[in-house]
Design a protein around this ligand. Structure first.
Ligand code: ATP
Ligand code: MN
Length: 482
């Protein structure tokens, strides 16, 4: 018989199946009283309960109905008399598709008890089978889908920018070199340095840190494009918000200025939050409850003021606070927090804001998402548009509660002469970026874009507090398992 997914059986459409013989396939989550089998097939969070009359079956089969075993079950779907579920399956046929011996299960996180997130990370190959991670990864999928949906419905084109890049001009952190040279004895040139002319591409190349420069080229023809791909940064920051391999979404729009860019970001982030609220109800309420349970273990002053669902609703319903970098510095300098010397890092115009400063603005001062704009030129990338004050650039960062920076963007420098000067000031050789510079001489227009860190967004919508727990197989310093 054709397999029916548990999500369908348990949905309102599944009611039509009551009184029919159906087959479900999945993994046993629990087997109680030699009678009630909880089966999960990953299509949704909930299990279906199958009820087996063990006296009718061979003891060998019953013994193999263990936690983690894969089974195929056929039988009559009936309305349940139990209070925990509305439907149940009366087992007529059961097949063990893949046994899971209790001794083997014991060694893993599949044994049914509460495990720490750290232990689950060490067994990332199995953590998909837990409620928490199945919920996180179903939501991750939903957000990826929502991103494409948003841009497609707004007339953007999905652009695939290269993963291997020959330019390291972006300057967004350290890069990973890609090479086919023999690391033990690479060919050397006359100066005794590694001769990259003999490497695969005839020059040094790296994994990309951003698709932005290429996206700009396409935006200057297609009007509005976005990238959504893997990004690599060899920054040695072992934080709960950084990965060496993460996914980034980078829209780029011709004719947009900085205000248009902020409007787009805000609308986009709100859309993603409402998509999750509307389409991931079951998983979201599970994660909401999970967070509440975790919070109840913490001291009162460390607890979140709002629950996960309340935070999402808050972002959807309230305008983001917009202020300039200079205004933010004033706010910080005038804060009691600063006067009581509670900030670890100094505050002065020109500094790169530390995470403690960003979190203060978002969580204590404004209590809502914040868009900071017009940063000092020295602390931002060369391609950001110079403002008339000659001190600041048209940059913007979006700061989220609990996360810090979630989006970084800017209006781009479209004026050839100014851009050339910036390249010089940043010591970027013209030969390396000739193609980028040339677009500024061939019908250049104002344009703007931003980068959203996909995993940081998933942290926000799932309430997970470590970025390693929202990507299937995290890559961080000294860790590339699985
Ligand atoms: P941060 O200051 O947090 O290190 P950044 O300013 O270096 O970030 P950008 O170059 O502006 O980051 O990248 C755009 C977005 O990509 C960031 O706002 C963030 O959401 C995400 N991002 C950047 N670096 C990482 C990383 N190592 N791991 C995960 N996400 C990242
Ligand atoms: Mn940034």
């Amino acid at each position: 018989m054709k397999r029916i997914k548990i999500k369908h059986v348990l949905s309102s459409d599944g009611k039509e199946l009551i009184g029919q013989r159906i087959t479900v396939k999945g993994w046993v989550r629990a087997f109680r009283s030699n009678r009630f089998i909880q089966i999960n097939d990953g299509s949704c969070l909930a299990n279906i309960q199958a009820v087996i009359d063990f006296e009718k079956y061979d003891g060998d089969i019953i013994k193999q109905i263990t936690t983690a075993a894969a089974v195929s079950v056929s039988g009559l779907l009936i309305a349940s008399i139990g209070s925990e579920q509305s439907l149940e399956l009366q087992v007529e046929e059961i097949e063990i598709l893949g046994a899971a011996h209790p001794d083997d299960v014991q060694k893993t996180i599949l044994q049914p008890k509460k495990h720490s997130l750290e232990l689950l990370r060490e067994q990332a190959h199995l953590r998909f089978r837990t409620n928490t991670f199945s919920a996180v990864f179903r939501i991750r999928h939903a957000v990826a889908y929502a991103i494409h949906h948003y841009f497609h419905s707004n007339g953007f084109f999905y652009l695939h920018t290269p993963i291997i890049t020959g330019s390291d001009a972006e300057g967004a952190g350290e890069m990973f070199r890609v090479s086919t040279l023999d690391p033990k004895s690479p060919p050397l040139n006359e100066a005794g340095e590694v001769d990259y002319k003999q490497d695969f591409f005839g020059k040094p190349v790296n994994l990309t840190v951003s698709g932005q420069l290429e996206a700009e080229l396409a935006a200057l023809a297609l009007g509005q494009v976005y990238t959504f791909g893997p990004t690599f940064r060899a920054e040695n920051s072992n934080t709960s918000r950084h990965l060496a391999e993460f996914w980034m979404i980078e829209p780029e729009v011709a004719f947009n200025d900085l205000t248009d860019n902020m409007d787009l970001t805000e609308d986009f982030l709100k859309y993603l939050c409402s998509f999750v609220v509307e389409n991931c109800k079951e998983d979201l309420s599970f994660l909401n409850l999970r967070e509440q349970q975790e919070q109840s273990q913490k001291p009162l002053n460390e607890r979140n003021e709002l629950s996960l669902v309340e935070r999402l609703t808050f972002v959807i319903e309230n305008p983001f606070k917009r202020l300039t970098y200079s205004e933010a510095i004033e706010v910080l300098l005038n804060s009691n927090h600063h006067k009581k010397k509670k900030f670890q890092y100094p505050i002065a115009w020109g500094i790169d804001l530390q995470s403690e400063h960003e979190r203060y603005l978002v969580e204590k001062e404004f209590k809502c998402p914040v868009i900071l704009s017009n940063y000092p030129a020295e602390i931002k990338a060369f391609y950001m548009r110079q403002n008339d004050d000659n001190k600041t650039v048209a940059a913007m960062d979006v700061l989220f509660p609990g996360i810090g920076e979630i989006v970084g963007g800017s209006q781009r420098e479209e004026r050839y002469d100014v851009l050339l000067e910036k390249c010089k000031a940043f010591k970027i050789p013209e030969e390396e970026l000739w193609w980028y510079l040339q677009t500024r001489k061939l019908g250049t227009v104002p344009h703007a874009g931003f980068g959203l860190g996909f995993e940081r967004m998933i942290m926000f919508v799932t309430g997970m507090t470590n970025i390693r727990d929202v990507i299937p197989f995290p890559r961080t310093p000294l860790n590339a398992s699985f």
